[in-house]
Every structure is written in structure tokens, then in C-alpha cells.
Design a protein around this ligand. Structure first.
Ligand code: SAM
Length: 345
């Protein structure tokens, strides 16, 4: 079968190395490039895993990290490190495969709240937040974190164990306070539980090793956000498909709050027809009430979006009600406001 052939697996790893890991994680770029040049190992992966999502490079890399296998980011890289990683992975294959079969790639990046805040803070308050594709729901709690934009003062939840730094461009409506959130809920195919140590371990394993301090900082910040979210009851997360669950959940939001349906790095998981259908469903749930649709996705995921394509392929496009307003760092580290962005709120 073509999708299971060693060549198809090799192509997938080569593409991941070039298109996704390059510029984000030297360790993952090198590891996946070496896998792509190892026909025997690609054949093994193709024969041992069902085609499709379970062959995702990111899933394999995270499973090995989750099981405390050799981390490509530790110690010298090169052929010896690859052989060590490969040998360990084959020796522990039953465990690795088991993790891959029961887990999904669902990185939760709470620092993305720093890129949502300039929008959320300008909307009529209070807010009802509904996140689709929420993972563990860390982005549903922007009011439990602290923020620092550029060299400005820190603000946010005073006792929060975590602060998100964020660079902005001129013209960004830098917030100075938190939004008032009176209701929040999320939807995910597989909600993760911030109180479950196993889920927390998986969330940490999903953060890519980097050659910069950013990866270690992201892991620390994610742990800080998890602690912040655990301090009070977390938002309820509904298990299910975002299209199926959205109308009923949106109907539960209080009518005297501004309903914000939002998603970050989610719609890429849906085929194009489902993304188009989602756009129709969101508009229909918002049509008869004051509400907004906030989307923070890679530009290619929503091909109907107008406006500039980011030159940096790793950036996301922040849009409100289908109109781009900013380009954002995919880990929440920057916001570049678009000059012609529409006024909101
Ligand atoms: C990459 S994670 C992003 C999580 C979070 N939005 C963030 O930015 O940190 C994508 C999430 O979308 C969820 N997801 C993918 N397809 C979905 C669907 N059809 N319905 C509900 N959730 C879905 C996945 O389970 C995963 O938790």
C-alpha cells in the first residue's frame, strides 16, 4: 500500500524536518531528517503503525520523550546520538507504540493568551469564552496569568505563578488590564486534565526541544499555567467534535456577556470542507447575539482569509469575524498588528 511504504514514511519525515522543525527545533530537524534517510527504520514504522495520524512524526518524537527515552536535545547530536535514539526506540517499541495509539498531538500553549489579550481586552465586557480544540483548556484562563508587553510593566493576576512576555509592533493596542470573564467552556476530541499527572507529562513531552532557551522556558511556563489553572476549578471541557458540540454549548453562555468563540492552532486538523462548515456554524451561533469569532491559525488553514500572507511560515494569523487583525508568534511570543486591521468592540 502506497501510504505505508517506506518511501511514503521517509517523505513525511523529510517534509516535517524541512517545513515544520526547521527554525523551531534543531534537534527535531536533525532527528527527523536522519529518520527520513533510514529506509530500514521507515519501513519498520510503515509496517508497525496504521496509516494517517498515527504515523505523525510529532507523535513518535513526543512518545519517546514521554517515556523518557534519549532526548535528542541532550548531549552531542550526530550519528551516534541517532543510533542511540533508534536503538532505544526499537527496544521499547511496544511501549512507544502503545503511547502513540492512545495519545494525540495536542500541544497546549497558554502563552497564546498574550496574543489574544489585545483583542479580548477591547471587546465589550464581560466576556463568555468558548474555545474549540481546547486541549487542556489552558487558553481559557487568560485572567489567571500575568503579562509583560515589550519593556512595559507587568500586569495581570497578581498571584499568578507565570508571566508571559510578548513583543509587539507599533500600532498594537497593548492591553493594560485583564478582561472580565463570567463564563468559560471548551470542546475537544480528547480533553486533557490538568489535575492528572499523566496528562501533564504528555503536555510537557509535546513541547519540542529547542536549541534556544525558549523550549525550556516554554516547559516552565506551561507548568506555571497548569498550576494557575489548578488553583480554582478549571473550565468545563466537553468531549466531542467541535462542529457537533458548538451550537449546544454556545446556547449555554449567558446572554448578557459578549460571547467569544475562539480557536488557536486547531482547524488544521479538519479537512477543508469541515473548516468551511465550521465557519458557517460559528456565524450561525453568533448571528442573533452580540458575539465574536476569534481565530488564530496558520494562514494556509483558512484560504478564504484576505490580507497579507506572513513571510515567516511559522507565524499565525489572528482574525476577528473573518478579518485578519494581526500576525502572531506561534508560541505567543509576538504580535504584529496589521495597519489596516478593523476596529473591534
Ligand atoms: C494543537 S492543539 C491546540 C490546543 C490549544 N488551542 C492551544 O492553542 O494551545 C489542537 C487541539 O484540537 C483538538 N481537535 C482537533 N480536531 C478536533 C475536532 N474535530 N473537534 C474537537 N477538537 C479537535 C485536538 O484534540 C487538540 O487538543
Amino acid at each position: 500500500m502506497v501510504v505505508n511504504s517506506a518511501q511514503a514514511v521517509a517523505d513525511r519525515y523529510a517534509e516535517f524536518s524541512w517545513q515544520q522543525a526547521r527554525g523551531e527545533s534543531d534537534a527535531h530537524e536533525e532527528l527527523t531528517a536522519r529518520i527520513s534517510q533510514d529506509p530500514e527504520f521507515c519501513d519498520f514504522l510503515g509496517a508497525s503503525l496504521p496509516p494517517g495520524n498515527k504515523q505523525q512524526p510529532n507523535l513518535l518524537l513526543a512518545a519517546v520523550r514521554y517515556l523518557d527515552g534519549p532526548h535528542a536535545d541532550q548531549g552531542p547530536r550526530g550519528d551516534f546520538a541517532y543510533r542511540t535514539w533508534r536503538e532505544w526506540t526499537i527496544r521499547h517499541w511496544d511501549d512507544v507504540r502503545d503511547v502513540m495509539m492512545r495519545r494525540l498531538t495536542q500541544t497546549n500553549e497558554p502563552a497564546r493568551c498574550a496574543t489574544l489579550l489585545p483583542l479580548l481586552a477591547r471587546l465589550p465586557q464581560p466576556l463568555a469564552l468558548l474555545e474549540v480544540g481546547a486541549s487542556a483548556g489552558l487558553c481559557l484562563h487568560p485572567d489567571r496569568y500575568r503579562y509583560r508587553y515589550d519593556d512595559g510593566p507587568e500586569f495581570g493576576a497578581p498571584d499568578s505563578p507565570v508571566v508571559f512576555p510578548c513583543r509587539t509592533s507599533p500600532g498594537t493596542p497593548v492591553p493594560t488590564g485583564l478582561p472580565r470573564i463570567v463564563w468559560r467552556a471548551g470542546i475537544d476530541l480528547n480533553p486533557l486534565d490538568v489535575t492528572d499527572p499523566d496528562d501533564v507529562r504528555w503536555l510537557q513531552a509535546l513541547i519540542w526541544p529547542g536549541s534556544t532557551p525558549d523550549a525550556a522556558e516554554r516547559q516552565q511556563r506551561q507548568l506555571g499555567a497548569i498550576e494557575a489553572v489548578r488553583q480554582a476549578p478549571p473550565a468545563p471541557l466537553v468531549r466531542g467534535d467541535l462542529l457537533d458540540e458548538l451550537p449546544a454549548l454556545a446556547a449555554q453562555a449567558p446572554r448578557d456577556a459578549t460571547l467569544v468563540v475562539f480557536h488557536t492552532a486547531v482547524l488544521t486538523y479538519l479537512p477543508l470542507e469541515r473548516r468551511e462548515e465550521f465557519a458557517r456554524v460559528v456565524r450561525s451561533v453568533l448571528v442573533d447575539r452580540a458575539g465574536h469569532w476569534v481565530s488564530n491559525e496558520h494562514h494556509s488553514v483558512l484560504p478564504w482569509l484576505p490580507g497579507p500572507r506572513p513571510a515567516d511560515a511559522h507565524r499565525l494569523t489572528l482574525s476577528v469575524d473573518g478579518r485578519p487583525v494581526a500576525l502572531t508568534g506561534q508560541h505567543g511570543q509576538s504580535v504584529q498588528w496589521l495597519e489596516e486591521g478593523p476596529q473591534v468592540g
